[in-house]
Design a protein around this ligand. Structure first.
Ligand SMILES: Nc1ncnc2c1ncn2[C@@H]1O[C@H](COP(=O)(O)OP(=O)(O)O)[C@@H](O)[C@H]1O
Ligand SMILES: C[C@@](O)(CCOP(=O)(O)O)CC(=O)O
Ligand SMILES: [Mg+2]
Length: 382
């Protein structure tokens, strides 16, 4: 039996980091996906092949465990664990899983994959139990650069795992979405996966990857946004590697040291996100140019506040300065510390201006691209 699933990456238009502390944020799915193919051996073949194999095709890496080894090491708690009731991975279980990951001798330069592989083992064994399979992953998203590769990975994997237990598998109709109940379930599991990778995620990344579209998100509450204006963003990947978990915990530590000051910063971000959502949805007579002017200013203020949280980076400053020379406004997206930067491309800006900005950005070794914003969320295919 074979099941495929895909889940998109995302951009955060406003509110990253502050959203972890209860502020509102606005995010949208982009048309870059992580794909998962799940293959279960036939009964007879399963008796000869009792292995769980994970293939990361883009990295030409393969990891494999015998099912008996998984059973031996991962504690199975039948009281808390069931595919229909998502549970957190306990510290003790995570330590056991880390032993299984260490046995795989991940190349030193790819050691950042460890948390992803631990997450894979936790999600797979929690949802599908100790059963042999081959899981093949490919992705169009850059790893660890603010476009939500971790969430797309968790959502695509949980979609495939949950789809594999749906009894009515109508074949041959291409990509299709899951029903509300399964979407809610896979999103909860994906959030548990994100916890292993991020430490303390807000849940915005897995939610937008699961549901797609453009959303306003605050403390788990989702509002689907209907955009009433064109919104074009240039995405610049500075290619400076960073780790969301470390950046999120850096902001939490700063908040512990300066609770009152940071509360004001988070409140300001909350207002920015709410105003941005209102502009995007507004149906009144205000011209697109005026709306874009407001969005530009909100992005500038948001970037200043992200700077004050300590999550910007000199490479991000370079992108902001370079685009400003062409009268374009930018802000970091995702966790910052390098990674990706968004630049608003107003409708009046000519292709020549954008081309010149891109040429200059690429001369610094950055990579620029555009993506369609607000598309589909998780989808499956049998
Ligand atoms: N396709 C994938 N396969 C395995 N692990 C992945 C994959 N995509 C992401 N990850 C995990 O997620 C981590 C990156 O997540 P994170 O630091 O949150 O950045 P982002 O979500 O912005 O890409 C990687 O280090 C890896 O552990
Ligand atoms: C910084 C944060 O707001 C977004 C992180 O996104 P990413 O992993 O950098 O794509 C964290 C979160 O909301 O969980
Ligand atoms: Mg992430």
């Amino acid at each position: 039996m074979e099941v495929k699933a895909r889940a998109p990456g995302k951009i955060i238009l406003a509110g990253e980091h502050a959203v972890v502390h209860g502020s509102t944020a606005v995010a949208a799915a982009i048309d870059l996906y992580t794909y998962v193919t799940l293959r279960f051996p036939l009964q007879a073949a399963a008796e000869n092949n009792d292995r769980l194999t994970l293939q990361l095709k883009d990295l030409s890496l393969e990891f494999s465990w015998s099912v008996s080894r998984l059973k031996e090491v991962i504690p199975f708690d039948s009281n808390t664990s069931s595919p229909s009731t998502p549970a957190s991975c306990s510290g003790e279980t995570l330590k056991s899983i880390a032993v299984l990951v260490e046995e795989q001798n991940i190349p030193e330069e790819k050691i950042w994959l460890s948390s992803g592989i631990s997450t894979f083992l936790w999600l797979y064994t929690s949802i599908r139990g100790f059963n042999p399979a081959t899981v093949i992953i490919t992705t169009e998203l850059p790893y660890g650069s603010g476009l939500g590769s971790s969430a797309a990975f968790c959502v695509a994997l949980t979609s495939a795992l949950i789809a594999s237990s749906i009894s009515d598998k109508t074949r041959g109709e291409g990509w299709c979405s899951l029903d509300e109940t399964n979407l809610e379930l896979l999103n909860k599991w994906a959030f548990e996966g994100e916890k292993i990778i991020h430490g303390k995620p807000s849940g915005i990344d897995n939610t937008v990857s699961a549901y797609g579209n453009m959303i306003k998100f605050c403390s788990g509450e989702i509002t689907r946004l209907q955009s009433n204006m064109p919104l074009r963003m240039l995405i610049t990947n500075t290619k400076v590697g960073r780790n969301t978990k470390a950046l999120v915990s850096g902001v939490s530590e700063r908040t512990l040291r300066h609770p009152d000051a940071m509360k004001s910063v988070f409140n300001a971000v909350d207002s920015i996100s709410k105003e941005l959502a209102a502009i995007i949805q507004s149906k009144d007579e205000v011209s697109v140019t005026e709306k874009e002017e407001s969005i530009k200013e909100l992005m500038e203020i948001n970037q200043g506040l992200l700077q004050s949280m300590g999550v910007s980076h000199s490479s991000i400053d370079t992108v902001i300065r370079t685009t400003l020379k062409h009268k374009l406004t930018s802000k970091l997206t995702g966790a910052g510390g390098g990674g990706c930067v968004l630049t608003l491309l107003p409708t009046v800006v000519s292709g020549t201006v954008v081309d010149k900005a891109v040429e200059e950005l690429e001369s610094y070794g950055f990579q620029c691209f555009t993506a369609s914003i607000g598309g589909n969320g998780a989808e499956i295919c049998f």
